[in-house]
Design a protein. Structure first.
Length: 309
């Protein structure tokens, strides 16, 4: 059954009908091609002519031809409409299969520990997806900055995000170069940090983060002081290895340096447990195939155990 409605209102309000009639020199044949009634095509063309303010066709009982205005309109409208159709097809391809550019915002410390093992195998499995990793400590608005997803420690992710676990929960540990303790006693409790040089972390919002501890199940914060401030954990670890002072950092980020003897832990009985690192994105209904494929790849290859709202 043919539609009695105006032709595809979303397709530039009558331009598609106009181009069909111009191509076939027939309202009926244009209607057959579009799958609508002849009166619907005629109505769409009349509305277009009213909007343009000039007749576009010469109509007789035997034929249909373009006016001079119609010829000019057709010359400009046909390539523009074809380009619009091509643009729609190009966009639709991204909805059909994993392809296109996948942009991720990630803290610098997470890249070698979490992303590098995942990204290599993902790129191999999905060659039509290009992965762009922007290493930054700044908490950005994913939509405003054009990112598909981000990676952050769980406590810094907004509650309305959908998350996928990348790591198990881990501790925040206080570390230093063993040489730092050669001339001073290691702190035995968080309160003793007042006597130590502490390397501090400036959050993306500008505030310097206090150090957090677990005192027999009670969370406590300590405002520390020291000679060095940085906005990312790898820089703090480098400073700690250099012997400048103590640093509180995620244990996985410091694990290699601890294993190599470049750093040692202090205050371990007070080390708090964090939720871990998560991939996060705005919502289930906005997930393109490229991101969905990456999420599934993460779950299999990074030990993720599902998502939450």
């Amino acid at each position: 059954m043919k539609q009695s409605f105006t032709v595809r209102q979303g397709a530039l309000d009558g331009v598609e009908a106009f181009l069909g009639v111009a191509r076939h020199r027939s309202f009926r044949r244009a209607a057959d091609e579009l799958g609508v009634t002849t009166s619907a095509v005629s109505q769409a063309v009349r509305a277009l002519e009213a909007r343009v303010g000039v007749a576009l066709f010469i109509r007789t009982t035997r034929s249909v031809g373009l006016t001079e205005a119609g010829e000019r309109f057709h010359t400009r409208a046909r390539p523009a409409f074809d380009e619009l159709v091509s643009a729609s097809e190009a966009a639709r391809q991204l909805a059909d299969k994993p392809s296109g550019l996948l942009r991720l915002t990630v803290p610098r410390s997470v890249v070698p520990i979490v992303l590098e093992p995942i990204v290599a195998s993902f790129c191999s499995a999905y060659p039509e997806v290009q992965v762009e990793v922007v290493a930054s400590e700044t908490l950005v608005d994913l939509a405003a900055e054009g990112f598909d997803a981000g990676v952050r420690m769980g406590q810094f992710i907004a509650l309305d995000m959908v998350t996928v676990r990348l790591t198990p929960p881990f501790r925040l540990v206080v570390v230093c170069n063993p040489s730092y303790l050669a001339s001073r006693a290691a702190p035995g409790a968080p309160a003793q940090l007042i006597d130590h040089a502490c390397l501090r972390w400036r959050r993306s919002g500008g505030a310097i983060a206090p150090w957090t501890f677990d005192d027999n199940g009670r969370a406590i914060e300590v405002v520390v002081n020291g000679p060095y401030i940085a906005n990312d954990f790898p820089t703090l670890i480098s400073a700690a290895i250099a012997g400048i002072g103590l640093a509180q950092v995620p244990e996985p980020v410091a694990a290699r340096s601890i294993a190599e003897g470049k750093l040692q832990c202090v205050l371990e009985p007070f080390a708090p447990l964090t939720p871990g690192v998560f991939l996060y994105h705005p919502g289930r209904h906005q997930v393109m195939p490229k991101l969905r494929a990456f999420i599934e790849h993460v779950k299999v290859n990074a030990g993720g155990r599902g998502s939450k709202a």
